[in-house]
Design a binder for this molecule. Structure first.
Ligand SMILES: Nc1ncnc2c1ncn2[C@@H]1O[C@H](COP(=O)(O)OP(=O)(O)O)[C@@H](O)[C@H]1O
Ligand SMILES: [Mg+2]
Length: 403
């Protein structure tokens, strides 16, 4: 059996050889067909050595996408590293169906063996992580029985599609619930409760709450899309976070007092300025503190802290780390990674009752990413939660600190 690299080399040679044959046919000085063929053959040999086994192997390995050459009986003839990883360690000489178990994939290749016609099919991998590929197969020309199989990763496109669909479904659902409540109460007020003064007052209060919730949801959606729109434009203005944090602390202190709660401010005497968008930092702080209030316990404190965070290496940028800590019931580890997804809530009913939109942390995540900062959420059940984010220090002030 001719090996795959020979075939690729041969394919390139035969194209070049074709050109040579035409050129030679018009060559008056070389009317001798035998001579022409000899020249073609030597060119062929020359190319063969130029594009030897090792070169072709390297080309196949260098490809960023999984590629295999297989035989008629579906034995693997050649496989590159990408394909080997994707298919869980398949090597030359092994039977492909043992490794390629995705529905429809092997059938697609079999159909190429039988019909000799190229085909493409979408295949889905569920482990170790969900992945989607277009699998293509075609007979290798001039090589009886060898089939070229390649895969194109389309995971990103598929997940984006799904996210878009989910997002629209979520938004509709979130808006429909308060809207249904509003419609229900309007009907009640028009009919059975038309003359009931006490019911009217009570219902109007609920209606006003629901309408505010819809307004908040729309506000959050709009700010999310605005943030996403300029996510690639880094903020460039210097910001002194010290006064911002103490103002924030003071304004919340008044609100918390009513609930027998308090806010601890732990802000160092001096902090370097950071590069940040003031309004967006305020929005982050507001979202985090209101979560700490909503999911914290009555009678407990909330700590708002700021500190300098040096980089791992001296050349790394210095950051200011700002954190909000509550003494609430905490979040289970399985929920932690999903909190920044849009509309993800540990307890939806509770979040809604508290007036939450489920978008607060998604907004926080996008703002922090735009600032090239880092967001971390740490929590212990029954103890509390710390949400922290970092903001890069203004480069000139960077030196002042490390000095
Ligand atoms: N400090 C916290 N303590 C406990 N759970 C929290 C805390 N912050 C956020 N969560 C959980 O994360 C979810 C998402 O938060 P968020 O995006 O702000 O939406 P919302 O507060 O509107 O529900 C909340 O519903 C809640 O379950
Ligand atoms: Mg929130």
């Amino acid at each position: 059996m001719i090996v795959a690299e020979d075939m690729l080399a041969a394919a390139i040679c035969s194209t070049l050889a074709g050109i040579v044959v035409i050129a030679v046919a018009y060559d008056n000085e070389a009317r001798d067909l035998q001579g022409a063929l000899r020249r073609v053959r030597s060119l062929n040999d020359e190319l063969h050595t130029k594009l030897g086994h090792d070169t072709v192997r390297q080309i196949i390995e260098a490809l960023d996408e999984p590629l295999l050459v297989i035989e008629r009986d579906l034995t693997v003839h050649r496989v590159n590293e990408k394909a080997r990883t994707l298919l869980g360690g398949v090597f030359e000489g092994e039977a492909l169906p043992m490794f390629l178990r995705q529905p429809g994939a092997v059938e697609a290749i079999r159909s190429v063996v039988e019909s000799g016609r190229p085909t493409e099919r979408e295949v889905q991998f569920l482990t170790p992580v969900e992945a989607h590929y277009i699998l293509g197969a075609r007979p290798l020309e001039g090589e009886d029985g060898l089939i070229l199989v390649w895969m194109r990763d389309i995971t990103k496109a598929r997940l984006t599609d799904r996210m878009r669909v989910d997002f629209i479904a979520n938004v509709s659902h979130e808006l429909r619930t308060p809207l249904a409540t509003l419609i229900g109460f309007i009907e009640t007020l028009q009919g059975p409760a038309a003359k009931d003064e006490a019911a009217r007052t009570r219902f109007l209060k609920i209606m006003s709450d629901e309408a505010s919730r819809m307004a908040r949801l729309i506000d959050d959606l709009l700010s999310l899309s605005r943030i996403e729109m300029d996510k690639h434009v880094r903020p460039s203005t210097p910001l002194d976070v010290r006064p911002l944090l103490s103002q924030m602390g003071q304004s919340y202190a008044v609100r918390l007092e009513a609930d027998n709660r308090f806010i601890n401010l732990r802000i160092p005497e001096s902090l370097p300025r950071v590069i940040a968008d003031r309004d967006q930092v305020l929005q982050v702080l507001h979202n985090l503190i209101s979560n700490a209030i909503k999911y914290g316990r009555s009678g407990t404190g909330i700590t708002l802290e700021a500190a300098i965070q040096p980089g791992t290496f001296p050349s790394d940028p210095v950051h200011v780390r700002i954190s909000v800590t509550d003494e609430g019931e905490g979040i289970t580890p399985e929920n932690l990674p999903r909190l920044t997804e849009r509309f993800y809530r540990v307890d939806s009913a509770r979040s809604r009752k508290m007036g939450g939109t489920g978008l607060g942390l998604a907004i926080v995540k996008h703002i922090v990413e735009r600032h090239r900062g880092e967001l971390t959420i740490e929590s212990r059940l029954g103890v509390g939660t710390t949400v922290a984010f970092t903001l890069p220090v203004l480069p000139a002030e960077d030196n002042a600190i490390s000095a």
